[in-house]
Design a protein around this ligand. Sequence first.
Ligand SMILES: [Zn+2]
Length: 162
Amino acid sequence: MKGRYILDSAALFKIGIVDPELAYTTQENVDEVIVEYEKALVLKYIREGRLIIKEPDDDHYKKALKVADPKLSSADIKTLALAVEINEKDNVPVVTDDYSLQNALSRLGIRFMPLKTNGIRKTYKWTYRCEWCGSYFHDELKECPKCGGPIRRVVFPVKHRK
Ligand SMILES: [Zn+2]
């Protein structure tokens, strides 16, 4: 898979399928990989310089904590913090199937890609839409300013940039 990615622990378990050109993850995610075959593959990628272990700093960790819901593990929050840090200067999507993590990323405007066993082809973006009048908004509002209706997040696939 061409391109650079940030990987959560579940994406690390399938790093052979993700096959990144260059990927970033945290030590805690690497520690979660305990199956021997997968661990060996992860260590091989680290040796080859295709997988970079990077820890988020405290400021970004605090920023991640603010948007994280209680379902997120500390490993997920660190992944989120790493994504915040990297995406301040760069545009690197996070590969994750974790809905809570995806939701937190979308709140921060960071791209994510679900991991499917048949390979990753799509990137997702999102917008917010009023359920009553159908107006679209960039921000997640409590209610529609036009009609007071409930706002829902709408996720849609976009073509992956090469
Ligand atoms: Zn409305």
